[in-house]
Design a protein around this ligand. Sequence first.
Ligand code: GCU
Length: 328
Amino acid sequence: MKLYNYNWSTKIVLTTAFLLGAAQTQAAKVLKLSHNQGPEVPVHHAMKYFADKVKEYTDGELVVRIYTNGQLGTQRESVELAQNGTLAFAKTNASELEAFEPLYGVLNLPYIFKSRAHYYEVLTSDVGEEILDASKDKGLVGITYYDGGSRSFYAKKAIKTPADLKDLKIRVQPSPTAVRMVELLGGNPTPISWGELYTALQQGVVDAAENNESALTDARHGEICKFYSRDEHTMIPDVLVMSKAIWEGLTEKQQVAIKKAGKESMLKQKTLWAERAEEAAQKAQEKLGVTFVDVDKNSFIEKVKPMHDEAAKTSEEMAKLIDKIKAM
Ligand code: GCU
């Protein structure tokens, strides 16, 4: 009888332990991440790496699930969903974020970075962190930056100097800095969301766009625009932001894990991006017949020169950031 009782209590203990274990596994929190690109782009791979690291560093407590191609909404909508706590993460970029927190605009200024090394120095410095932190009071915790290469104009014709942009409708992101830049260069800025751009180019709603080389191949814009004019006006980083409401519901250990995973995935993207930009340029030329045009870069620099001073006048913080970036 005793033995029987013992067996029963052991069973109860074991069953309770099993149920608790199962409950713990089930308690893994799923964090949704939305972005507007396909699964082939380097930043998607960098974010998969981020997801793996988050899982590893939190011992499986947090699981990041990535949704591609704007399935959960356009880039702007995703940022709004993160802002109101419906979505955990949005991968966006500094252009889109300018409407939420003006300080991101400093990263969107044309010719603010002297080189790729300077760009990385800024992004990984206190300045980079200060900008990521700035959107907290808007409900968005900046986690990390991802390399987005440099952006140049592409169209059905070569754009060698700003004069070639005259009367062209140029698709820009919804960023006041991008709008101002195209105005100063003499074109007509037309904000359109990324997901609608292929059709807009195809149907002639816009005549030109501007982005990195992978837009030609991964987004197939090179099927329509056969000239990529390398004026390299901006280097706008992608940014991974997290919902502040969800961030605050995490333990400190989980927050540290997310930041650490973010930093590591940024470095992953650095290598992935360098390979991809080269590959995309080659593929665009060889497979899609896109001509890469060397431009008179100084003529572009001259036209947009007033923008650094104009931006410095918008706020004291902005002026300080510009000075710090230039001093690096
Ligand atoms: C880049 C960037 C996207 C952005 C896109 C655009 O590809 O990675 O986040 O949406 O530019 O021009 O809209």
